[in-house]
Write a protein that binds this ligand. Structure first.
Ligand code: SF4
Length: 182
């Protein structure tokens, strides 16, 4: 072994034992989540359902990070999930809908609450119109075959459970399908 190699090996052996070059300013800094309240949540983007830690204070979200205690994701989030914070805190977030009334040739901007109410009313009308309590032979079925539900990949077990409970148990809707089966 040459002298240079020995010197290099000695240097490698001591690496990591040097004091870290942290400036007083850096050492005095505190994490923005310090003292914040913590709520566990689930990533809204896909049915893998990675767990998230949502840090908040006074109703304001400070940070959303992976939850190391999750048996699914062990603290990891993919790039989409890691960007969940900007889903909440984003000036470009769309908060209204575009609506084109029947026979109209133009779109109108309406509040999201108005759209939710309209969807609920249309479901109610269609369901009541299509609801069958008994078949012609008198068999009780209590079903509605004029509405179907197709879920996307963002729906996880809990949401699908609620959808099934509301649509089938509550409204009698039979055709319910979902893209993801996790
Ligand atoms: S989008 Fe990414 S972080 Fe979110 S649940 Fe799916 S895999 Fe996990």
């Amino acid at each position: 072994m040459t002298r240079t190699s020995r010197r290099l090996l000695r240097r490698l052996a001591t690496l990591g034992s040097d004091p870290q070059p942290i400036s007083p300013r850096t050492a005095a800094m505190r994490p923005r989540t310090e003292g914040a309240e913590l709520t566990l949540s689930v990533c809204p983007y896909c049915a893998v359902g990675c767990s998230q830690r949502v840090y908040h204070r006074g109703g304001e979200i400070l940070s959303i990070e992976g939850n190391p205690e999750s048996p699914i994701s062990a603290g990891h989030l993919c790039p989409k999930g890691a960007a969940t914070y900007q889903l909440h805190v984003n000036p470009h977030r769309i908060t209204s809908v575009l609506y084109r009334a029947p026979y109209s040739d133009r779109w109108e901007q309406r509040p999201l609450g108005w759209a939710m109410e309209r969807v609920a009313q249309l479901i109610r009308t269609t369901r009541d119109r299509g609801f069958v309590e008994r078949t012609e032979s008198g068999e009780r079925v209590n079903h509605c075959l004029t509405i179907a539900s197709l879920g996307g990949a963002t729906l996880d077990n809990e949401e699908n459970y609620l959808i099934k409970k509301l649509l089938t148990g509550g409204l009698g809707i039979i055709p319910i399908e979902n893209q993801a089966r996790i």
